[in-house]
Design a protein around this ligand. Structure first.
Ligand code: R5P
Length: 302
């Protein structure tokens, strides 16, 4: 018997899909399912006393396109469960298994910076080859230019237009700052789309804890807001140094925006202390500052 008796929403498209939310990503997964008018299901996960995982699908996945939604911040505790789920779904007869990881981990470790180091992104690539498709948002691709160099069928979405729309509505005549050459790709696209000025700063990173930011051009912000845009705020050091530099140059109102708000060790509070007026990010990672919703973006890609 088919596991998919109710094909009412899917019949015309000929697909039978179930969206499954993993712990921490349930509310985004539910919104994605609702927006794409597909079934939602949770997955039962618990730990045995020895710390091993026990995983069980609550929904029937046979003959279904199975969409696993899990954002990979604090990734280590999540990756194994995702692999268990993908292999189990196949075992149970799923038609295909997709991973939606709105935040994809390990993208920054894309080369051997010091001898003996693991090039983590390559290992992730091999592990995730179990998925028929991997969808992610603004992955940190620096030395690797295309997501397809990592995942055979990788889909790279961008939250740029959502960030741009937010800036256009909330911060009129803003100047957009990219803290470094890498982030300038985001800053410039966003600025261009709303007709704003974009400037890039120069970053020197000494360690994950120590960065120096310097401006390369003269600017007069006047009374206009300054919006600093980056893909990730992790330890917050990049943003904090950028806020300080913007303030040193006379910026009166500095807003920090990013796609992925990791905010390790209270980085959001430290940013406010450094002089940011507000900090805002998308909900690729859940949190109190995750006010820009990416559910629509994901549902369009399914
Ligand atoms: C680096 O190139 C990225 O674009 C971000 O600037 C960086 O990952 C932010 O890290 P953190 O918050 O730890 O300075």
């Amino acid at each position: 018997m088919s596991c998919c008796p109710d094909r009412t929403n899917n019949k015309s498209r000929g697909v039978c899909m179930v969206v499954i939310g993993f712990p921490g990503s349930e509310s985004l997964a539910k919104m994605v399912a609702r927006r794409s008018r597909q079934k939602y299901s949770r997955i039962s996960l618990r730990q045995f006393p020895d710390g091993e995982s026990h995983l069980k699908f609550d929904a029937c996945v046979k003959n279904q396109k199975v969409i696993l939604v899990q954002s990979l911040f604090r990734p280590n505790e999540k990756i194994l469960d995702l692999l268990f789920a993908a292999h189990t779904a196949r075992d149970l007869g799923a038609k295909s298994v997709w991973l939606v990881a709105p935040y994809m981990a390990y993208m920054r470790q894309d080369k051997r910076f010091f001898s003996g180091e693991c090039v983590s992104v390559r290992v992730i690539s091999k592990l995730f080859s179990v998925f028929d498709k991997v969808i992610t948002i603004d992955p940190h691709l620096h030395r690797i230019h295309s997501l397809n160099e990592i995942f055979v069928r990788g889909v790279r979405l961008s939250a740029n237009s959502l960030l741009a729309e937010h800036i256009r509505k909330e911060y009129r005549e803003a100047t957009i700052i990219g803290p470094d050459e890498e982030s300038f790709q985001w800053a410039r696209k966003i600025a261009d789309s709303i007709g704003a000025k974009a400037i890039v700063l120069r970053k020197k990173r000494f360690s994950s804890e120590k960065v120096k930011i310097r401006i390369c051009e003269r600017v007069d912000f006047g009374n206009r807001p300054v919006v600093i845009v980056d893909d990730i705020i992790s330890t917050g050091h990049t943003m904090i140094e950028t806020v300080k530099e913007a303030k040193r140059l006379g910026a009166k109102s500095v807003i920090c925006m990013c796609v992925h708000g990791i905010f390790a060790d209270g980085a959001d509070r430290r940013l406010m202390k450094a002089g940011a007026k507000s900090v805002i990010c998308t909900n690729t990672i859940p949190g109190r500052l995750a006010l820009i919703d990416v559910a629509g973006l994901i549902s369009k890609a399914l």
